[in-house]
Design a protein around this ligand. Structure first.
Ligand code: 26Q
Length: 823
């Protein structure tokens, strides 16, 4: 790839910063607040982007290439300023210019709120994909929602998680542009009237007595690295149809106007903070249809403008990728637009739609599957429901034809069944591609979860192992290591991560080992300072930094980690001969606001931290830290500082994981189960450079099919485990209320609320995990061996770039051509 570096005029840039401060705030830089300085700098950087942004879309209009619309309820972007500077290839130059203005780039970057329009893995994946698409020069739009409040901010008070609203737009977001000219109406409710067209004799379907809102897009620039491509993330805001004037309405209109005003206000108010958990809330379905309808309307209009109003070949230039089932109404909305607004008949519309939509599955967790009650669905989206009914009717006919007399197939595969619309079934039936996000995950989909669909339509199924962008998670997040790598092997890895394998040459080189470990040490010091500042805890950068950061979920088993800490602590206290390398256990995790056990687990981690960190008798052998408000920006720093990457989900449950890749890239050893992409990580780096434990996914699935296992046996027979479990209910870690952790205790040992005990096999895997932890300790004692191992992790991470993932999507699913933008 030709890397393009534009000329940077430092004096011009400085003038722009000063000028922005004046025109935005009527202040000089030294009078301005830090936030105002950030804004002034951000607007100056935006100025460097605008010409490229314009040129890119001119080029797209001219060449008329195929475009992918990445449809996602979530985009977990993280901060834009530093990333934009990096992708402009002007980080150092801008840093220097700011120094001359007496501004510190780190402090300036710290002023930016993280646009956190996502929960976790799925939303961050979408953000990495946009970065790769632009870097690889593929035409694309991200389509999503401009939530007024993104992912909540987490505060820890007295060990408890407190959620506070994330008012990310409070000071204005400098990188967005309102595109009022592209507004669309989106209709909800009412009923469908069938009107015979006098001329054609066709039935026309007209929605009446509905409530509607106006969708207004805001565009965020997505810069390619070292090229002129600037794609757009388009996020939709909702406005009322009429800003109403009390006097000019009669009674009916007045009522309607108020309802529409409220509809618009509520619609985009907040991101649902559930990760891997379905909540059948009406507002959620409204959000889905809202952004889907606006995005599809816009995509079809754009296509028609460029093709004389003829939609019949839409699939040649447009593809909609559904990021999980959340945007699946895309299928029916596209059908509606093609039929009701463009006069196509069903077969024509279906032919186009089923060549245009593709679906990615991100989970096999049953509780995450979207099933909407038909009562709710049809009331909110009457015309869309009719279309889904017809899709279902025809699909059931196909099932009957293929499996005559097999009622069971219909029960398992129908889109509408048991009074519910099953969104995954709709996406699979209508989509031309169905993909999982790691090899193991895709195999499980084919053999278990989606077996019937795979048997009927095997050609649709394929795997696309996830990836991450090295631009953010190494070049920006770990500048010391990035610089060192570039010194050793050149900077080709920035756009071609496979090249990072050249580091393999250095893994036995003592000097290189020392340099690598020295950088790791400095990154640990940086994190230790952060921990001191925000947690008030002193941690030793010479201790092993053992990190588990991810959303809190039972299947991810943060509980296994903290139970093991409790076990280790007991061991240190009771066995005077026991020796171990000092270890700092670092956690970071947000729990969905209504997820009781998850919140209790946070409290447990904090209480254990409190007891252990304040026990002078163990002379700092173990420290436990819970990092508040884990998010993309502090994540970047955490990955850089980790020695051990905890990826300990119950095998078969984590579809892929992407944090695992970020740790690997930054030189940490994976301590994990054979789950998700861990399997492929081990394959790349070699078993001897990871530490694997626990049941295999086959074993887990076998137990599940046999009705589970009995944790009581372990409780009876393993005294260490029993001691730790009893500490959950004897007040050792909950002075005030010995009952505090009763639910956790019960979840491990007792059948309750219709759920078996320990469904995530925590006790079953405990011994194996403890042994794996001993193995980590042992390996760390061998300094040279450890250094070699972590360097190999970095060196062998090439596969896990989202650039590779995107090239696979392009080749197998999207069939896009690159568009090179000249300036
Ligand atoms: C659904 C309905 C109503 C409300 C919320 C939701 C909802 C929201 C978010 C359901 C699921 C999610 C998020 C899922 C997710 O993040 N999955 C993760 O996707 C990653 C990227 O593919 C994988 O690496 C992870 O393994 C997977 O857990």
């Amino acid at each position: 790839m030709a890397i393009h570096k534009a000329k940077f005029d430092k004096e011009e840039f400085k003038k722009a910063v000063v000028g922005n401060c004046k025109s935005l705030y009527r202040k000089t830089l030294d009078e301005a607040s830090q936030q105002q300085r950030f804004q002034s700098v951000a607007y100056a950087v935006k100025d460097l982007i605008m010409d490229k942004w314009i040129a890119t879309h001119k080029q797209y209009d001219k060449e008329d290439p195929k475009v992918v619309y990445y449809m996602s309820m979530e985009f977990l972007m993280g901060r834009a300023l530093g990333n934009n500077m990096i992708n402009l290839m002007q980080y150092k130059e801008i840093k220097k210019a700011l120094e001359e203005l007496d501004l510190d780039i780190n402090e300036i970057e710290d002023q930016e709120p993280d646009p956190a329009l996502g929960n976790g893995g799925l939303g961050r994946l979408a953000a990495c994909f946009l970065d790769s698409l632009a870097t690889l020069e593929y035409p694309s739009y991200g389509c999503g929602i401009r939530y007024r409040y993104g992912m909540f901010k987490q505060e820890i008070k007295d060990g408890y998680q407190i959620e506070t609203p994330d008012d990310w737009l409070r000071d204005g977001y400098p990188f967005e542009i309102k595109r009022a000219e592209y507004r669309y109406e989106v209709k909800f409710g009412g009923y469908v009237k069938v009107v015979k067209d006098e001329k054609t004799g066709r039935d026309n379907f007209v929605q009446e007595d509905y409530r509607s809102v106006i969708a207004v897009p805001y565009d965020l620039p997505i810069l390619g690295y070292g090229n002129n491509t600037v794609n757009s993330l388009r996020i939709w805001d909702a406005e009322p149809v009429v800003k109403f004037n009390l006097n000019s309405f009669d009674k009916g209109d007045y009522q309607k106007a108020i309802e529409e005003e409220n509809l618009a206000k509520n619609l985009v108010e907040v991101l649902y903070p559930n990760d891997n958990h379905y909540a059948g809330k009406e507002l959620r379905l409204k959000q889905q249809y809202f952004f889907v309808s606006a995005s599809v309307q816009r995509a079809v209009d754009r296509y028609k403008n460029m093709h004389n109003g003829d939609v019949s070949k839409l699939y040649e230039k447009v593809t909609f990728q559904l990021n999980d089932t959340h945007p699946t109404v895309t299928v029916a909305e596209l059908m509606r637009i093609l039929m009701d607004e463009n006069g196509l008949d069903w077969d024509q519309a279906w032919d186009i739609t089923s060549k245009t939509v593709a679906y990615t599955n991100h989970t096999i967790m049953a509780e995450a599957l979207e099933k909407w009650p038909i009562e709710l669905f049809s009331r909110l989206l009457p015309r869309i429901y009719q279309i889904v009914e017809e899709i279902n009717r025809r699909f059931v006919e196909k099932i009957k034809a293929k499996y005559p007399g097999d009622q069971e197939k219909i029960r398992k595969m129908a889109i509408i069944y048991d009074g519910q619309v099953k969104m995954a079934h709709l996406a699979i039936c209508a989509g031309y591609s169905v993909n999982g996000v790691a090899k193991l995950h895709t195999e499980i989909l084919k053999k278990q979860e989606l077996k019937d669909f795979y048997e009927m339509m095997p050609e649709k199924f394929n795997n696309k192992t996830n990836g991450i962008t090295q631009r953010r998670f190494l070049l920006h997040g770990n500048p010391l290591l990035a610089e060192w790598i570039t010194d050793k092997i050149g900077d080709g890895w920035i756009t071609d991560l496979k090249q990072i394998d050249k580091l393999s040459l250095y893994v036995d080189d003592k000097k290189a080992q020392q340099e690598f470990m020295n950088i790791k040490y400095k990154n640990k010091v940086r994190l230790a300072e952060y921990i001191k500042k925000y947690n008030g805890i002193d941690v030793d950068p010479n201790s092993i930094f053992d990190v588990q950061v991810k959303r809190l979920h039972e299947y991810k088993r943060q509980l296994l980690n903290i139970l093991h800490v409790m076990y280790l602590y007991n061991k240190i206290k009771t066995d005077p001969t026991f020796d171990m390398e000092p270890r700092t256990f670092i956690f970071g995790a947000k729990a969905a606001a209504g997820y009781r056990i998850a919140k209790q687990t946070i409290k447990l981690i904090n209480n254990v931290a409190n007891v252990i960190n304040n026990d002078a008798s163990i002379s700092g052998k173990i420290k436990v830290v819970f990092i508040e408000n884990y998010r993309v920006s502090n994540g970047e720093m955490i990955f850089a500082a980790a020695d051990v990457s905890e990826q300990i989900s119950t095998a078969s449950k984590e579809a892929s994981g992407t944090g695992n890749m970020k740790f690997m890239l930054n030189g940490a050893i994976t301590l994990g189960t054979m789950d998700g992409a861990n399997v492929e990580i081990v394959q790349e780096v070699g078993e001897e450079n990871a530490v694997i434990f626990g049941l295999s996914s086959d074993e887990v699935i076998k137990y599940e099919n046999e009705g589970g296992y009995d944790p009581m046996e372990i409780f009876n027979e393993d005294q260490d485990v029993r001691e730790v479990l009893m500490e959950l209910i004897n007040g050792k870690y909950s002075d005030n209320d010995p009952e505090e952790f009763r639910d956790i205790y019960n979840s491990l040992l007792n059948f309750q609320d219709g759920r078996r005990a320990d469904i995530y096999f925590i006790l079953k895997d405990f011994k194996s995990y403890a042994k794996a932890q001993e193995e980590i300790d042992k390996r760390y004692k061998d300094k040279a061996g450890w250094a070699k191992s972590v360097m190999l992790n970095t060196a062998k991470s090439g596969k896990f770039s989202s650039d590779r993932t995107i090239e696979e999507y392009v080749k197998d699913i999207w069939k896009l051509e690159k568009v090179h933008v000249e300036m």
